[in-house]
Design a protein. Structure first.
Ligand SMILES: [Zn+2]
Length: 128
């Protein structure tokens, strides 16, 4: 099974919803590393924050939905604190409500957000 356009859109929506429901996303095709011609499709997901697409998050069709979601959450966590609106924001949110970001952990077909200090775990089922 490989990821498709609508799945990537749904997963991207799910990831940015954790930041804010008003955040739009733009998705563009990306060049993929496909040396053997297996038909790998890749996308760049741009969260549109303060009307600007700030940074592109790369996912490709070899990823499971959970893996793609985890990658989007990790990517948002890495870059979101650099934007004006979310400067200094810890993301994804710690399930215990602490001020540090949660660790993003893949577990089977789901993504876990885990407090790095044992404060608990929340489980996210991929939307696609
Ligand atoms: Zn915590």
């Amino acid at each position: 099974m490989t990821l498709s356009d609508p799945q990537v859109a749904a997963l991207a929506r799910q990831a940015v919803e954790l930041l804010g429901p008003d955040i739009a996303i733009t998705i563009e095709p990306a060049s993929s590393h496909d040396p053997y011609g297996f038909g790998v499709t890749a996308w760049l997901v741009y969260p549109v924050i303060d009307r600007r697409p700030e940074f592109g998050l790369h996912v490709d069709s070899t990823m499971s939905p959970a893996r793609a979601l985890a990658q989007l959450l990790d990517g948002l966590g890495e870059h979101i604190g650099e934007t004006e609106r979310f400067r200094g924001r810890a993301f994804p949110p710690c399930p215990a409500g602490h001020e540090h970001p949660a660790d993003v952990v893949l577990e089977d077909d789901a993504v876990l957000l885990r407090c790095p200090f044992g404060g608990g775990t929340s489980r996210i089922e991929p939307a696609a």
